[in-house]
Design a protein. Structure first.
Length: 180
């Protein structure tokens, strides 16, 4: 397996520089809206640092009657859970600087997973934080649509993929919707 750490370091730096300058928000493509329907569970995330902000996609989802969930993590080793998120409810603080619902919020099974990432390629491979939280969630909910959310500068020529890496169905950036 290739060492993914140098790539993470380089792309995090590019992401920090991008986010520090004026930029467009993440776009809401009609192909994303076409996935939405009343009652579906859309798992989103609260960005940390310079991560892409999925808020425009969350607004599209709630406008079309979807319910929102957020990941809840305990530590690197424990699989994440998706817990119900009422956008009016206060969030607590979790590990890694995360904001997340209280541990006793209702667990939900996601239909669509808005997925944070460090780097992506045009073959829809994704590189994450290295804890395997999303790779394990994708294995646990194979029926969910996996939508990466990223700034365009996070694109690389090719992600070194491992056997457990699960490709995304599409990626939303501030410039384009990338799908197979
Ligand atoms: N916003 C957000 N929420 C998320 C994730 C994520 O990547 N982004 N996760 C994705 O799995 C899960 C949390 N898992 C995480 C696992 C490891 C690290 C981590 O090692 N962070 C680095 C700093 C990263 C940076 O500088 O950008 C660290 O703490 O050293 C973060 C989150 C669920 N929620
Ligand atoms: N389905 C799985 N079941 C158990 N462990 C897994 C699974 N998928 C990945 N892992 C473990 O997670 C660890 C991290 O993997 P990797 O470096 O590919 O994470 P990543 O691409 O940064 O993704 P993530 O955002 O999901 O953390 C690896 O040690 C791997 O063994």
């Amino acid at each position: 397996m290739t060492d993914k750490r140098p790539l993470r370091t380089a792309i995090r730096a590019a992401r920090d520089a991008f986010a520090a300058a004026p930029h467009l928000p993440i776009g809401v493509d009609p192909a994303f809206e076409a996935l939405l329907a009343p009652g579906l569970v859309v798992a989103s995330y609260v960005p940390i640092g310079s991560e892409a902000d999925p808020a425009p996609l969350e607004r599209a989802a709630t406008a079309l009657g979807c319910r929102l969930a957020l990941p809840h993590v305990v530590d690197r080793a424990t699989p994440l859970r998706f817990l119900r998120w009422d956008p009016d409810a206060a969030l607590g603080s979790g590990p890694f600087g995360l904001s997340q619902p209280a541990a006793d919020a209702e667990p939900l099974s996601p239909d669509i997973v808005l997925t944070p990432l460090v780097a992506f390629d045009r073959a829809l491979n994704r590189l994450g934080q290295g804890a395997g939280h999303y790779d394990r969630a994708f294995a646990a909910w194979p029926g969910a649509r996996r939508i990466g959310v990223a700034w365009s500068v996070q694109e690389v020529a090719a992600i070194p993929a491992d056997s457990w890496d699960v490709p995304l169905h599409a990626i939303a950036t501030e410039r384009e919707w990338i799908a197979a």
